[in-house]
Write a protein that binds this ligand. Structure first.
Ligand code: TRP
Ligand code: ZN
Length: 481
């Protein structure tokens, strides 16, 4: 009402003011209209406000597909890439960011039209020639090249692009995928991938290739180069994308349930891939019985000689190992396919949903194969006599302090202990129903700790708040196990 009066008073009396008001009204009506008529927009946020990694990911859009075409020359460690990113705008977008660390951007386009771009730190900002309306799908195409970087994490671990004696491997947890392709590098934005890699054929027969996630769609051998095309149809968080370039012994087969197995083993690490292939099959079948159907179209492993790396990674469908893994580590990385890869944390602080579960699966496997029971392993952790129990009381697993190292012991050991306490409280039958319901309800999605604790209470009909308060959120070692 007062606005109307004000308008009335200006009418005819003060034409510049009237013009201004009209302009404002026009602006407001354009800004409020649907995607069809939008001419103004807002920049997408440079991060998704992840408490542990504030600049990870970007706001304003959702990626559905990455089409990466890469050419890699090992002698010069030179990577040339083209990334075609298909996305949907979640707001009227005047410009938006991608995460990219290092490399040179040569060209950028949105919907086929050249776009302005700028770089700062790990951010690549694209300004399309037109605002992208909320709800619209678009493609961003980025051509880039250079020597990809090896990144160092707060805990001293290396990730990103790692050179090997005969090629390279790309590992992306938590931030390293930005070192080899531009993207929305946060686990909350999962997407399908087609990754095509061309490498020189070193004349070594046809053993020299690039191995990646998903299924091998084609392999083309030309005179002096080999091109492989890998497809991940199911959504993948970018930290789980990988390529490994080198010479490999390839082993293929199927699990008892018919899931195709593809393992690639560096000849520097083992004579052949047969043993690894059969272990992968056995473990995936065992895990499917406990955690629900295997969530992807294929499985396997990559062993690429990098003995000093100090960790393995659950790269989707095909976990990576720097040396031949023991059974326990293989169980850990394969079980991540259910917990972490199919059901992915919405934010990095919920990492215990990955590591606690993969670690607990190691305990279950040990119990299954006649070793210590999960209770015995739990006791060894609680008493501090287990070799991996150092540091597990440093912080509450579901509330890692900012600046903390994302792969620290509480999320592993104490995360697994939490699951053991849930199992003890609800009994085996309800416990495994909880795990299978979790993997079914959040299959190929994102989830958080509150959803997990609510599920435990719903399926058991018990108030478990004390248990979770103590084991997930409490400081220090609980007084009683
Ligand atoms: N997530 C990996 C696993 O548990 C481990 C890992 C990845 C890691 N990156 C790391 C451990 C960096 C220490 C440092 O299988
Ligand atoms: Zn793990």
């Amino acid at each position: 009402m007062p606005q109307r009066l004000a308008l009335g008073r200006t009418r005819g009396a003060d034409s510049p003011r009237r013009a201004l008001l009209l302009a404002l009204l026009l602006f407001a009506s354009v800004a409020c209209s649907g995607p069809e008529r939008t001419t103004v927009g807002q920049p997408g946020a440079p991060g998704v406000e992840d408490a542990l990694f504030p600049s990870a990911g970007n706001g304003g859009y959702d990626v559905s597909h990455y089409g990466l075409a890469l050419t890699y020359v090992p002698e010069t460690n030179h990577l040339e890439g083209s990334a075609v990113i298909s996305a949907r705008a979640t707001q009227d977008l005047s410009r938006f960011n991608l995460d990219l660390t290092g490399l040179r951007v040569r060209h950028a386009a949105v919907n086929g039209v050249e776009a302005r771009f700028s770089r700062s730190e790990g951010e690549l900002t694209l300004t399309p020639s037109h605002v992208i309306g909320k709800g619209r799908t678009f493609t961003a195409t980025i051509r880039y090249d250079g020597n990809p970087r090896t990144l160092k994490d707060a805990d001293g671990a290396v990730e990103g692009w790692l050179e090997t004696d005969d090629g390279a491997v790309a590992l992306g947890e938590p931030n390293g995928s930005a070192a080899w392709f531009p993207g929305n590098h946060h686990p909350s934005d999962k997407a399908a991938y087609d990754i095509t890699v061309t490498v020189p054929d070193d004349g070594d027969g046809d053993s020299y290739v690039a191995v990646s996630n998903g299924e091998l769609m084609s392999k083309e051998v030309e005179e002096d180069r080999v091109t492989v095309h890998w497809r991940s149809t199911e959504p993948m968080a970018s930290y789980l994308a990988t390529i490994a370039v080198g010479s490999f012994d390839i082993g293929e087969g199927r699990t008892a349930d018919g899931v195709p197995v593809y393992v690639a083993v560096d000849p520097d690490e083992a004579q052949d891939s047969k043993k690894l292939r059969s272990s992968v099959s056995d473990i995936v079948t065992w895990a499917s019985d406990r955690f629900g159907p295997y969530p992807f179209r294929s499985t396997g492993a990559v062993v690429d000689h990098l003995p000093d790396l100090g960790y393995a990674l659950e790269t989707q469908t095909r976990p990576y190992f720097g040396s031949v893994p023991d059974e326990s580590l293989l169980v850990h990385e394969l079980v991540h396919q259910w917990f972490g890869n199919s059901v992915t944390p919405r934010a990095w602080k919920d990492m215990w949903l990955n590591e606690g579960f993969a670690t607990y699966a190691e305990w279950l496997w040990q119990e299954h194969t006649g070793g210590d029971t999960a209770q015995q392993v739990f006791d060894a952790f609680y008493e501090g006599v287990h070799p991996e129990s150092d540091g597990i009381w440093d912080f509450p697993p579901a509330e890692p302090p900012s600046g903390v190292r994302v792969s620290d012991p509480p999320v592993y050991g104490r995360g697994a202990m939490t699951l053991h306490k849930v199992r003890e409280a609800v009994g085996d039958s309800v416990f495994f129903t909880i795990l299978r319901t979790w993997t079914a309800e959040h299959r190929h999605g994102n989830a958080d700790t509150a959803q997990f604790t609510a599920l435990c209470e719903r399926l058991s009909g018990k108030d478990l708040s004390g248990l979770f308060q103590t084991w997930l959120y409490g400081n220090g070692r609980p007084a009683a196990a």
